[in-house]
Design a protein. Structure first.
Length: 226
């Protein structure tokens, strides 16, 4: 009997993801989420972590909301390079090399290639990996600190493009003994879908070879360029 598998990573999933990063250097004890995000953009040049992701679709036709859980590893190297390697429940990869965003469904041996700047504008990926200057991002996002909860400091980023597919992004930051960390990305899209990414075991400002963010199309793969 053939197994049922999740659909190939969609454009909406691309916009919800990703992104990316960790915070570096100590933050003031009373720093709010906006201050911690500013420190992240200035100080976290690269990083890697494990992640889990829960995507919840809104209820329809009286049915309860449905959730899907996945997990894998994540790495980034600013500006503009990152990768998500999904390991469970199915192997998939998303790699941004600075020019192209590659999506690879391992089981189908299918690759989708998109222009990175067009695919990731006003998304969490642009928010966390594109620049070291929060001021530069204010052309795309409005930022506001949120009340602390669950042991985290929060900041809300709302895209200025009101008709985009992302409604808002909540960034949860944890202040550790020596330095803060990115703990959670909570993304709401325009259709009511919610995606919560939780990051664990961050390694900050680590040295990674350039090949980490180079995608090579597997032999025989179908390549789609929308």
């Amino acid at each position: 009997m053939s197994r049922m598998k999740a659909p190939f990573i969609s454009r909406r999933t691309v916009l919800i993801l990703l992104s990316l990063g960790a915070l570096a250097l100590a933050a003031p004890a009373q720093a709010d989420g906006l201050e911690l995000l500013t420190q992240f953009l200035k100080q976290a040049h690269s990083g890697r972590a494990q992640f889990s992701q829960v995507v919840t679709s809104p209820s329809r036709n009286g049915q309860a909301p449905r959730s899907k859980t996945s997990s894998g590893t994540f790495a980034f190297d600013r500006p503009g390079k990152f990768r998500f390697d999904y390991q469970k429940p199915f192997a998939q990869a998303m790699v941004a090399d600075g020019q192209t965003l590659w999506l690879h469904d391992v089981d189908l041996n299918q690759v989708t290639a998109r222009n990175q700047s067009q695919a990731l504008s006003s998304t969490p990926a642009a928010l966390l990996t594109s620049t070291a200057d929060l001021q530069a991002l204010k052309a795309q996002f409005q930022f506001a600190p949120e009340p602390a909860s669950a042991g985290l400091q929060w900041v809300r980023a709302t895209p200025r493009e009101a008709d985009g597919q992302i409604r808002s992004v909540l960034v949860g930051l944890r202040t550790g003994a020596a330095s803060p960390e990115l703990a959670v990305l909570d993304v709401q899209d325009s259709l009511g879908q919610r995606s919560v990414l939780t990051f664990l075991n961050f390694e900050l400002n680590v040295s990674m070879p350039a090949s980490s963010f180079v995608f090579k199309v597997p032999a025989g793969a179908d390549v789609i360029k929308p």
